[in-house]
Every structure is written in structure tokens, then in C-alpha cells.
Design a binder for this molecule. Structure first.
Ligand code: FAD
Ligand code: NAI
Length: 464
């Protein structure tokens, strides 16, 4: 085999691509992974999950100290100030550590890192940085980028996307977030905690589309209490720069009188779109669907034999753990094993305070399919949450009325992102609400609220 010939070439080193590369190499395939960034790890490690969580953590610590919440625990602070430069330093350190970690894992597993932009020249070959490479199989894991909003041009200074919103050198006085989805609420939380007035402009009637109805209502209530100004059913029709300000024109989503909002910074966070530009898919005989995604079957096969696709570039939720699980499955399939991802059980988490998490069907989706029983337990009834003064939120379990099988679990709780793993595991094993209710949960933990919500499905929680 020539140096430029591989069993498998993966295009993109995000959580889908790098995980697929490592697993394929572990299983004995001669594997290369291409990425056009200077560091490995894709959107997630460089400009997504990790840097946003670093700032969420840091801003949470600042707010706890600044708002007097720490003082209520007897932890007095004086001379408190924000060192935004140091906060960005902590974010960059996290990125460096983790992207370097992937580089180490590539070396350890003998995955070859091809640096540059990949484009197909035929269905079995690509070109990267002027050099040709061939492989028996390809996995396209090129991820996604920010969806632009016509009329609101991103300049990365005053009108920012999620990447430039992570790098602001100064806390804005007023920040307008266009889109009340995951990015808007997470990054809006960061800058609100650090002192910005945050206005969220959402096109739909409610924030967080796709999530359970009760969760959306409770989240909006909590965010408003925190100081977010949430304007739903509102659309942005244009942006003009005036001095150091941006003047946004908005109007009711259904039409009506226009008004303006003045902002120091505008964050455009209305979704993401798949990256296929410049891949020369046509040379491989591939095309995208109307949404620009690469369609795949259950085994991640595209319409062209030998070419597979995973992660954000394919249909489904744009989540790092979905991409990772698909990466493992596709590598196992290519190594002759069985690789399966259960797309019915992919948890999703919004890392605000409190966190918001869900897995499986929403109550609305479940009711549309048949008769259900619902158990709900407030975090105020959970001893640990109440002691920690984290009483906002609830856990809700939706079960099939006849079989009692759990169909969906939704929650708003300070550590919901960690608690949801139990629900996903239960659903993966086809658990009933009774199975969860009769599983011993350690005390005192927030997770006891999951057990109590399961007990509430049959109307018998203890602590309410
Ligand atoms: P990506 O991570 O997008 O990686 C694709 C890589 O391919 C990129 O490095 C890209 O540069 C490279 N590439 C593209 N085209 C080519 C080419 N032709 N040649 C060479 N290289 C190419 N998800 C979560 O689950 N949890 C979170 O907390 C979370 N937080 C997020 C926060 C933000 C601000 C953002 C923007 C996203 C967040 N996400 C989160 C979503 C998550 O980042 C994505 O779902 C995930 O990164 C998708 O992984 P992927 O492997 O499909 O692609
Ligand atoms: P999103 O799809 O979560 O939210 C976009 C919001 O913008 C929606 O509420 C939508 O109704 C609204 N919208 C669309 N067009 C609009 C317009 N013209 N005016 C006003 N509102 C408009 O997308 P977001 O927040 O950009 O995130 C992109 C992706 O990144 C998500 O799909 C998510 O899966 C992923 N992500 C995941 C995170 C996590 O798992 N914690 C964190 C951040 C991003």
C-alpha cells in the first residue's frame, strides 16, 4: 500500500470524525483524518461545546460571588472584580488541553492527520493541500457552520456569531440575541451573568423549539426571573450600524408595526447548516438534500458505495454525542463488526443554570402517538436541591399508559445534564417507570427527583 493509500479516510476531525478515526485504527484499519483547522477536535472542541462550557462555568462563579449568593453561604468576598482577559485565558487553556489530547490520541493509535481542506477528485480519491490520497472507504464528517441571517451581516465586532461571541473583549452594555435556541440562551447567559442586559428575539411563540412544552414554559419563566428580556413571536427585519451601536428593526412575526432595538452587540444564533461547500461532492457522484445535508441509511451509507457520512452534515440533531456515537458505529461497521446507534434515545442538554435536559418523546409527541401516564416531581421537593437553594425546575417522566414503558424524560434542574444519563440508560434498556421507581438512588442527590418522578407516574411520590 502506498503512503497515500488508506483503508479509511475521514474528512473532518470533530467529535464524529476523530472518534471514528481512533476506533477504526483500534480495529486495525490504516486510517487518516483530514481537517482544515490548525487543531483537531472540530467545532466542538475549538469553538463550540468546550469553550462555551468554560465561559458558562467561569461566568457562573462570577455571578455567584457578585450577586451575593456566596455571601448567603457565609463566604464573604471583597474587592471583587472581573478579569475578562483571565477568563478568556481559561477558555483557551481548556481548548489547548483538549485539542492537544486528540493529537496525542492520534499518535498513540497511529491515525495519520492530513492537514488542509479535502475535496473529492473521484469516488475513491481526494486532494488535500495539492496532494492526492486514495482510500477503500471514506467517511464525511465535515460538520456544520452558522446559518446567516439576510440583512444582519456578521462583522464579528458588533454583529457576532457563536464563535465571535465567545471572544468578546468587553462585556456589552446591551446584547440582542437573535434566536431563542440553545446557543442564544447559553451564550446569552454568559454575557448576562457578566453584566450585559440581554434581549432575546425569537421568531416562534416560545423559546427552545423541539423541547417538551412544560420545559419550555418553565425555562422561559426562570430566564425572565434571571433578567432576560424575552420577546417571542418577533422577527428581525434589518440591522443598521450607527456609531458604536447596532439598530435592529423588529416586527411581530405575523406582521404588524415595526419598532427598533438599540444594541452594543448582536448575536445571530438562528441555527446551523451542514458543511459541504468545496468538497466537490459531484466528483464523487454525491448530492445533498434540500436542507444541504448528506442523506444516509441506518449504516451511515450514502448513495455512493464506499462513502459514508456522520454527524452534523447528516440529518438529525446537531449534537456532539450523536456524532461521536455515529463515529464509533461507522468504524465498527467498516471493520466488519455490527455498529448501531439508537436515534430514539439521544439526550439533549442546555447548559444554562438551571440546566435543561430531555431524552425521548416530549409529552406532546407521546400523546399524539397514544395514551400516556405522566409523573412530575418538583426540584423543591428534593432535599439536596432545596438545601443547595436550587429549587427551580422539575423532573417529568412520560410512560406508555398500558405497558408503563418510559417514552420520554424531561427536566429542569441545576445538574440536569448529568441526571439525564440515567434516563437515557433506562430507556436504552426498555425500562418501565416502575423499574426506575424501585431502583435505589443514593441520598441526598438530585437524582432522587428522577426516582420520585417515576413514583409520581402511579401517583405515589413521597416528598410532595
Ligand atoms: P464538527 O465538530 O463541526 O467538525 C467538522 C470538522 O471538519 C471541522 O473542524 C471543519 O473545519 C472540518 N471540515 C469541514 N469541511 C472540511 C473539508 N472539506 N476538509 C477538511 N476539513 C473540513 N453539542 C453538544 O452536544 N453539546 C454542547 O454543549 C454543544 N455546544 C455547542 C456550542 C456551540 C457554540 C456550538 C457552535 C455548537 C455546540 N454543540 C454542542 C454542537 C456540536 O459542536 C456539534 O454537534 C458537533 O461538533 C458536530 O460534530 P461533527 O463531528 O459532525 O462536526
Ligand atoms: P437552534 O436551532 O437551537 O435555535 C435557533 C432559534 O432561532 C430557534 O428558536 C428558532 O425558532 C429561532 N429563529 C430562527 N430564525 C429566526 C429569525 N429569523 N429570527 C428570530 N429567531 C429565529 O440553533 P442555535 O441555537 O443556533 O444552535 C445550533 C445548533 O447547535 C443546535 O442545533 C444545537 O443542537 C447545537 N448546539 C448544542 C448545544 C448543546 O447541546 N448544549 C449548545 C449550542 C449549540
Amino acid at each position: 500500500m502506498a503512503d497515500t493509500d488508506f483503508d479509511l479516510i475521514i474528512i473532518g476531525s470533530g467529535p464524529g470524525g476523530y472518534v471514528a478515526a481512533i476506533r477504526a485504527a483500534q480495529l486495525g484499519l490504516k486510517t487518516a483524518c483530514v481537517d482544515s483547522r490548525d487543531t483537531l477536535g472540530g467545532t466542538c472542541l475549538n469553538v463550540g461545546c468546550i469553550p462555551s462550557k468554560a465561559l458558562l462555568h467561569a461566568s457562573e462563579l462570577y455571578e455567584e460571588a457578585h450577586s451575593g449568593a456566596l455571601a448567603k453561604w457565609g463566604v464573604k468576598t471583597s474587592g471583587l472584580e472581573l478579569d475578562l482577559g483571565a477568563m478568556h485565558g481559561a477558555r483557551l487553556e481548556a481548548i489547548k488541553g483538549l485539542t492537544g489530547g486528540i493529537e496525542f490520541l492520534f499518535r498513540k493509535n497511529k491515525v495519520e492527520w492530513l492537514k488542509g481542506h479535502a475535496k473529492f477528485t473521484a469516488k475513491d480519491s481526494i486532494e488535500v493541500a495539492g496532494k492526492a490520497y486514495r482510500a477503500k472507504n471514506f467517511v464525511i464528517a465535515t460538520g456544520s457552520s452558522v446559518t446567516p441571517l439576510p440583512g444582519v451581516e456578521i462583522d464579528h465586532q458588533r454583529i457576532v456569531d457563536s464563535t465571535s461571541a465567545l471572544e468578546l473583549a468587553k462585556v456589552p452594555g446591551t446584547m440582542v440575541v437573535i434566536g431563542g435556541g440553545v446557543i442564544g440562551l447559553e451564550l446569552g447567559s454568559v454575557w448576562r451573568r457578566l453584566g450585559a442586559s440581554v434581549i432575546v428575539v425569537e421568531y416562534l411563540d416560545q423559546i427552545l423549539p423541539g423541547m417538551d412544552g412544560d420545559v419550555r414554559k418553565e425555562a422561559a419563566r426562570i430566564f425572565k426571573k434571571q433578567g432576560f428580556d424575552i420577546r417571542t413571536a418577533t422577527k428581525v427585519t434589518g440591522a443598521a450600524k450607527k456609531g458604536k451601536k447596532v439598530i435592529l428593526t423588529v416586527e411581530p412575526a405575523k406582521g404588524g408595526a415595526a419598532s427598533t432595538i438599540e444594541a452594543d452587540t448582536v448575536l445571530v444564533s438562528i441555527g446551523r447548516r451542514p458543511n459541504t461547500e468545496g468538497l466537490d461532492l459531484a466528483k464523487a457522484g454525491l448530492a445533498t438534500n434540500k436542507a444541504g445535508q448528506i442523506e444516509v441509511d441506518r449504516d451511515f451509507k450514502t448513495s455512493v458505495p464506499g462513502i459514508y457520512a456522520i454527524g452534523d452534515v447528516t440529518p438529525g440533531p446537531m449534537l456532539a454525542h450523536k456524532a461521536e456515537d455515529e463515529g464509533i458505529a461507522v468504524a465498527e461497521i467498516l471493520a466488519g463488526q455490527i455498529g448501531i446507534v439508537n436515534h430514539e434515545v439521544i439526550p439533549s442538554v442546555v447548559y444554562t443554570m438551571p440546566e435543561i435536559a430531555g431524552v425521548g418523546l416530549t409529552e406532546e409527541e407521546a400523546r399524539a402517538q397514544g395514551e400516556v401516564k405522566v409523573g412530575k416531581f418538583p426540584m423543591m421537593g428534593n432535599s439536596r436541591a432545596k438545601t443547595n437553594r436550587e429549587g427551580d425546575g422539575f423532573v417529568k417522566i412520560i410512560a406508555d399508559a398500558k405497558s408503563d414503558r418510559v417514552l420520554g424524560v424531561w427536566m429542569v434542574a441545576s445538574v440536569a445534564g448529568t441526571m439525564i444519563a440515567e434516563a437515557a440508560l433506562a430507556m436504552e434498556f426498555g425500562a418501565t417507570s416502575e423499574d426506575i421507581a424501585y431502583t435505589c438512588h443514593a441520598h441526598p442527590t438530585h437524582s432522587e427527583a428522577v426516582k420520585e418522578a417515576a413514583m409520581a407516574v402511579t401517583g405515589k411520590p413521597i416528598h410532595v
